[in-house]
Design a protein. Structure first.
Lengths: 330, 324
């Protein structure tokens, strides 16, 4: 895995985002460099939900933030709505921000505890001069109702008075305030109970349909991703392993790492133990990633070739791409 | 089989400005030596308070009633000092967040050998050797150098393995694991759950595994208790629970889990509404306002815990599949 390559790009589609050879590195002192994202390319077609999946430390959140230039990536290009974000100055970049929003993992800490909900939602609208106070107030009510919250009840309350699920609804309403084109959702349900998870996932689907959004959905849980995405990109240690639609990815898994992720999902069935035997240990340090395929140190099928040669993404079936020298049989 | 833990009508309430908050209501069950129980429920269902109450780890604002027996000895009336003597050697606990449970300014080695020297009276060098064995047992690579490290140098999965090594260091008979894998990735979660099952078998250790995910307990427990608003609403051998679910709440919980088999784009079934206010004592079944099968009787009268046979208990007037 750990592949580079661009076979999965779709130049003929109605692309709103095109990321090429994106690399994000962090200096951590004593000349050491963390290679969080290494040469990742992908594109996003209007109306789709791209899921980015992988373990902690695979670079999925860093990638999401680098698209928004938070911080600017070390190298590579990010083309959003036909504009190159990496070359923009601060002012121009700021003008682009309403179109690209983010929803964070921890719904409670991402809301200002001192502000009532109405102010949390009014702030972006005021900053961007979206109407007078009356219009803003109407917009807030509309957003809250869209997020299945009762404006009369929640407007004057503060974030600490709400449960995690309700806070995430408020975050979603806030992300929608400026009519964005794209929302990056960074693990939006992993801090929530299973019963609340389903509510938030359904809400995101509704919002997507209602406002014509394009989503990037970052998660470590393939089962969650399966429910909401139209395309999945599996990452490992800063590289892309496999790209496919969710059904192909699950039913016709080609990458050994994806297979391990699929096998680790807990199944509520006492006769089907989740299998930990698929891969052992944890990912190696991104300070010093393995040569060739970055997954080879944990891969059951690794050979000498994997250490010497980095696999490139290639199409193994229509719309199904894998970066592996020895992919699984479909 | 001999009894390891026995709880009789245990209730826990907290004094709050809005009145008494009932976190656990009249819970009774028994666990034999080596048996494992999964305690499942949403946030606020009382599952964490239940395990902490058994171990005697409640804050001063809490009031606990009912009897708790550990190996046929009544421990609920013992003074705190004597309960403390059971910690480590008798009962031990693993917490959800391994970062806050470990001391950030002490080396792993010191934290691991502490209970060995204090509880088991080992010499420093014996304790160190035992610590290395323990680290090997929980599959920590290069255990010797691990002893010199601090918690911040480790990943979440490594920290949770350290927590497990500390918890089992004095060979407890009973392990409480409070959401031990919720903060971990799925791949690491699978490894940690498997490790817990192995250790349990090896030490013939009983376990209470607290989680909000029915998928986590399915393959790793002998029995399951489903909690809702402080009540145990269904209690059954794991197989019986999944094959013959009686309680509408358990069914709703199960249906809301996202699964790989679900076709993309399908709406997930949700449990509408919220838990009732735990400071109020309203009549009727606490799940009534969220239950798809609700009827007038449910709103009027709280159902008692009924026995379906084979130790399968449920708390519902209109159980799925009917009564016996």
């Amino acid at each position: 895995m750990a592949g580079s390559g661009k076979a999965h790009m779709r130049p003929d589609g109605d692309r709103i985002l095109e990321v090429n050879d994106l690399t994000v590195e962090f200096k951590v002192g004593r000349g050491k460099i963390v290679k969080a994202v290494s040469g990742v390319s992908f594109d996003l077609i209007r109306g789709e939900t791209l899921a980015i999946v992988g373990e902690s430390g695979c670079g999925k959140s860093t990638l999401g933030k680098a698209i928004l230039q938070l911080p600017k990536p070390t190298s590579g290009s990010v083309n959003f709505l036909s504009k190159e974000l990496t070359e923009m100055n601060k002012h121009d970049l700021r003008e682009m921000r309403p179109a690209m929003q983010m929803i964070f993992q921890d719904p409670v800490s991402s809301l200002d505890p001192r502000l009532p909900v109405s102010e949390v939602l009014a702030e972006p609208l005021r900053v961007w001069n979206r109407g007078n106070e009356v219009e803003i107030s109407e917009k807030i009510d509309e957003l809250l109702r869209a997020a299945n919250l009762d404006p009369a009840v929640v407007r004057d309350r503060r974030s600490y008075e709400f449960s995690g699920g309700q806070c995430q609804r408020i975050s979603i309403a806030r992300a929608l305030a400026l009519d964005p084109t794209m929302i990056i959702c960074d693990e939006p349900v992993s801090a929530l109970d299973v019963s609340v998870q389903a509510q938030i996932l359904n809400l995101l689907q509704d919002m997507k349909d209602r406002y014509g959004l394009t989503l990037i959905f970052i998660s470590h849980d393939l089962a969650v991703v399966k429910a909401v995405s139209t395309r999945v990109m599996v990452m490992y240690l800063g590289k892309v392993c496999e790209v496919a639609n969710p059904d192909d990815l699950y039913l016709r898994t080609r990458h050994h790492y994806t297979k391990a992720l699929v096998g680790s999902v807990p199944v509520p069935d006492p006769d089907r133990k989740i299998s930990a035997g698929l891969i052992q240990g944890e990912p190696p340090s991104p300070l010093n990633p393995p040569s060739g395929c970055r997954f080879r140190t944990r891969c059951p099928a690794a050979t000498e070739q994997c250490a010497n040669e980095e696999p490139q993404l290639r199409e193994v079936a229509v719309g199904h791409f894998v970066a592996c020298h020895h992919p699984l049989e479909a | 089989m001999s009894s390891l833990i026995k709880i009789e009508e245990m209730s826990v309430s907290f004094a709050t400005p809005r009145g008494d908050l009932k976190a656990v209501r009249d819970v009774s069950f028994e666990l034999a030596v080596g048996e494992s129980l999964g305690v499942v429920g949403e946030s606020g269902s009382g599952k964490t308070v239940l395990s902490r109450a058994i171990m005697g780890l409640l804050p001063g604002t809490a009031t606990r009633t009912g009897n708790i027996y550990y190996r046929d000895k009544l421990i609920s009336e013992l003074p705190q000092k004597e309960v403390r003597d059971l910690w480590g050697t008798g009962m031990a606990m693993i917490f959800q967040d391994p970062m806050t449970a470990l001391n950030p300014v002490r080396r792993i080695g010191d934290q691991l050998t502490e209970s060995l020297t204090v509880r088991l009276g080992m010499s420093k060098s014996d304790a160190k050797n035992r610590a290395i064995e323990l680290l090997e047992r929980v599959r920590i690579p290069d255990p010797k150098s691990m002893l010199r490290k601090f918690p911040y140098q480790l990943s979440g999965g490594m920290r949770q393995r350290i927590m497990i090594a500390i918890a089992v260091s004095c060979r407890p008979k009973m392990l409480f694991a409070d959401e031990p894998t919720t903060a971990l990735d799925v791949t690491v979660q699978a490894q940690v759950l498997e490790l817990l099952s192995e250790l349990r078998e090896e030490f013939n250790m009983g376990m209470i595994l607290v989680t909000h995910d029915l998928g986590v307990v399915a393959g790793h427990t002998d029995k399951i208790a489903v909690m809702y608003a402080g009540d145990v609403v269904e209690f059954a051998p794991t197989r019986s629970l999944f094959s013959n679910m009686k309680m509408p709440y358990t069914e709703a919980l199960l249906k809301s889990i996202p699964r790989l088999e679900t076709p993309t784009g399908t709406r997930l079934p949700v449990i509408e509404g919220r838990l009732p206010d735990p400071t109020k004592n309203e009549p009727g079944c606490p799940f009534a306002n969220r239950c798809p099968y609700v009827s007038d009787k449910c709103r009027a009268e709280k159902p008692p815990l009924k026995d379906f046979g084979n130790g399968h208990l449920y708390r519902c007037w209109f159980p799925i599949g009917g009564e016996k």
